[in-house]
Design a binder for this molecule. Structure first.
Ligand SMILES: Cc1ncc(COP(=O)(O)O)c(C=O)c1O
Length: 314
């Protein structure tokens, strides 16, 4: 394991499997489960942020993540999937039961359990694992990105709108190539050659003071972070458009960044070794990072409905 995963694992008191609490080591799935044999699985990643002054942990846009999770199960035609309310209650309870006093990441997974063929639609299993997860250092420092030779999945092949485990083969291939080439991150293009997204996050560029991001029909996951940033930018008087982005626009952008729940907002320092702007995080990126941080951590009263308080239960 890497990225401090061992450290995080040691702090997990309990996980939730099919509604029952247990130690992580006891949460097991059959090797014949279609969730494993055919990647018949969907997931979500949700962050909870600690506000030390308020002594409070807030799950960020919990309901939006759960709505997407429920839609993903629906698109994969899962039988009798857990309801929105059940998932919501179990996520809050799981985080609360762990009693964390730091930033947390919740991995929520639903899969076809037991044994079955490629089109099995049940029984549905669900696992919730919450763990400490600090901010990535690249939030401050930025990263170098490379455009992948792999193309982004298409909606008529393996729809990226569904947060399906199977879709992450595409991101993995791009990520492995980027790593081998010495980049910190990958950018995938659509079949048409326009910018789509990265393996685990969406992309924004800035040109002539305008924030631009690919539309939701560009082979992207309908990202909660992307939506958050579009709305925060709009309220801040920042012009923002959703449209196709050509590859060459990445090379002449004044600023660019990568965003998602896990990565939050990571400045792009270069693309294919061409510096973005002057090769340092730009002012619009820094402004959006600050607005994002204030919002997720509850340093502002705005968007209180995006923050769900976790009250300890143990
Ligand atoms: C492929 C992909 N795109 C975009 C995102 C960002 O989505 P969100 O902001 O909802 O986390 C993620 C991360 O979850 C992702 O895996």
């Amino acid at each position: 394991m890497s990225n401090g995963a061992d450290d995080a694992r040691a702090k997990i008191k309990t996980v939730t499997l099919n509604g029952e609490r247990m130690p992580l080591a006891d949460a097991r799935v059959s090797v014949m489960a279609p969730g494993l044999t055919y990647a018949a699985a969907v997931f979500e990643g949700i962050r909870a942020y600690r506000n030390a002054a308020a002594d409070q942990l807030w799950l960020f846009r919990l309901d939006d993540h759960i709505r997407r999770f429920v839609n993903s199960m629906r698109l994969l035609r899962f039988d009798d999937p857990p309801s929105f309310d059940t998932v919501r209650r179990q996520v809050i309870d799981d985080v609360a039961a762990n009693g964390y006093r730091e930033d947390v990441y919740v991995r929520l997974q639903a899969y076809i359990d037991d044994w079955g063929d490629m089109t099995a639609t049940g029984p549905v299993g669900m696992a919730i694992v919450s763990r400490p997860r600090p901010r990535v250092p690249a939030f401050e420092t930025g990263r170098d990105f490379g455009i992948s030779a792999w193309r982004r999945l298409a909606d008529n092949a393996s729809p990226p709108r569904v947060k399906a485990t199977a879709n992450y083969l595409n991101g993995r291939l791009a990520g492995l190539d980027a790593k081998a080439a010495g980049y910190g991150g990958a950018i995938l293009l659509t079949e048409r050659g326009t910018v789509s997204e990265g393996p685990g996050g969406c992309i924004f560029i800035v040109r002539d003071g305008v924030l631009i991001t690919p539309s939701v029909t560009s082979g992207i996951l309908e990202s909660v972070t992307r939506d958050t940033l579009i709305r925060l930018a709009g309220a801040d008087g920042q012009a923002c458009v959703e449209r196709e982005i050509d590859r060459t626009e990445l090379y002449i952008a004044d600023e660019a960044f990568y965003c998602g729940t896990g990565q939050e907002v990571v400045p792009m320092l270069s693309v294919d070794r061409l510096p973005v702007g002057d090769g340092r995080p730009g002012p619009i990126t820094r402004r959006l990072q600050a607005l994002y941080d204030d919002t997720v951590r509850g340093h502002t009263d705005d968007h209180a409905d995006w923050r769900t308080a976790v009250h300890e239960t143990n």
